[in-house]
Design a protein around this ligand. Structure first.
Ligand SMILES: Cc1ncc(COP(=O)(O)O)c(C=O)c1O
Length: 423
């Protein structure tokens, strides 16, 4: 499938990919923490700031243009997530801030003794807000562990925790550490049967797969644009019949209509221009892969070709790492199950601290992370010391087989060198 993916054309759209530091090429594998942006995204932000910079709500040229930018971003995200309408799209600072805000709003509908479920697979952004809400309101918290054989959240384990008191289940679509993709539709169905709301963190899934909120059946789904080639901002989708009943904390005189009711203060208008450009980047990729039709159809096609391409790189990386003695990949490694993971691969090596490996790779201008990466619950469930965490290599669809090859050589070389130094 590799031939189907226009990798050279894709790379040509991202100016950062050809930058060098003192003549050294860069290999960006820090993508789960944030991706690079196409020129069109940076241009859209700049154009907005330079030609239509105004606040909203007036009658003059620039304020009207700014409103169009805001409306355009909501419509683009509705296409990206297959929301029933742009009114279901709430845009804010980032996933964590939006989740704290929505959790407080939902808290207004809960009472002491109500139960909520969080998981041991989630990033802290989808755990801490709920734990602190529970502390404030006297809610009962139940933890859903992941299965260490499948690396996924299992419906049977969820069903065992659900009761008629469960008000909310907060879970993730894909893990930012193990890379596992959860069967969100089935998990959601189980939670809904018990009468609970479902809040899905799709931050790590969004760059790697097509999201269809209507198909999933959840109530909320959240993602962050800077993980899918856009600017630093977060987007929350809320099912209309749910969010329309909610009363967020907000200024008395601010708008009560959807979605402004949930968008506090002046929006990040220029970043919204960049967000639309990021979604259009996907749509253009789909068009170049032969899909006409609506923006949604073109986005869907973009994911078809990028998933196939990413999977070849993930397979190459997993196979290359598997040769190293004492190296453990914390996640799905079976090549037959690549469709059940995103290409974020975390590992530890017996006797060597992750940070030591990462610093050496960083010195070769290979950008990777070490640590728990806020997957605090995951490292605890796995018994990995949180202060050490893992080495995390995260592929995006602009990476190449040559980059993965160089990265593997680097990891092999580092580990051999560190072992020799210590022997
Ligand atoms: C799975 C997941 N959820 C939530 C977050 C937090 O996102 P934000 O930085 O937009 O608050 C991250 C960030 O890495 C993440 O990977």
């Amino acid at each position: 499938m590799m031939a189907d993916f226009p990798i050279e054309a894709v790379r040509g759209k991202f100016p950062a990919l050809s930058l060098t530091d003192d003549g050294r090429r860069r290999i960006y594998l820090d993508n789960p923490a944030g991706t690079q942006v196409p020129l069109t995204v940076a241009d859209a932000v700049s154009r907005c700031l330079l030609s239509t910079n105004a606040n909203l709500g007036g009658f003059f040229e620039t304020t009207l243009a700014a409103q169009k930018v805001v409306d355009g971003a909501h419509a683009a995200m509705a296409d990206f997530l297959n929301a029933a309408s742009a009114e279901e799209i709430v845009i804010g600072a980032n996933m964590t801030t939006l989740t704290y805000h929505m959790s407080r709003t939902l808290g207004r509908t809960m009472k002491p003794g109500d139960e909520i479920i969080v998981t041991r697979m989630d990033h802290e952004g989808n755990v801490s807000p709920w734990l602190q809400l529970a502390e404030d309101l006297g809610l009962v918290v139940r933890f859903l562990p992941f299965d260490e054989r499948s690396w996924q959240l299992e419906e049977t384990a969820l069903k065992a925790l659900l009761s008629d008191k469960t008000r909310l289940v907060a879970l993730n679509y894909a893990s930012n550490l193990t890379g596992s993709i959860n069967r969100v539709k089935a998990l959601t169905a189980a939670a809904k049967q018990a009468g609970a709301l479902v809040y899905v963190d799709a931050v790590q899934f969004a760059p790697h797969g097509l999201i269809d909120v209507q198909e999933l059946g959840c109530d909320f789904l959240i993602c962050s644009a800077y993980k899918f080639f856009g600017p630093h901002m977060g987007i929350l989708w809320g099912r209309r019949d749910v969010i329309d009943t909610l009363k967020p904390y907000k200024c008395r005189c601010s708008s009560n209509v959807l979605p402004e009711r949930f968008e506090l203060g002046t929006p990040q208008i220029e970043l919204m221009a960049g967000l639309t450009a990021a979604i259009d980047y996907f749509a253009d990729l789909g068009a170049s892969a032969g899909e006409g039709g609506s923006r949604r159809q073109r986005i869907a096609r973009a994911f078809e070709v990028s998933i196939a391409y990413e999977n070849t790189l993930a397979r190459q990386l997993i196979e290359g790492l598997s040769d190293i003695e004492g190296l453990v990949i914390h996640g799905i490694t079976d090549p037959e199950r690549l469709a059940e993971r995103v290409p974020t691969i975390s590992f530890t090596v017996e006797g060597i601290e992750p940070e030591t490996i990462v610093r050496q790779m960083n010195a070769e201008n290979i950008f990777v992370w070490s640590g728990h990466n806020y997957a605090w619950e995951v490292v605890h469930q796995l018994g990995i010391p949180a202060e050490q965490g893992v080495v995390r290599i995260g592929i995006a669809h602009y990476n190449t087989a040559a980059e993965i090859g160089e990265t593997l050589e680097s990891v092999h070389r580092m580990i051999a060198m560190l072992r020799q130094e210590r022997s």
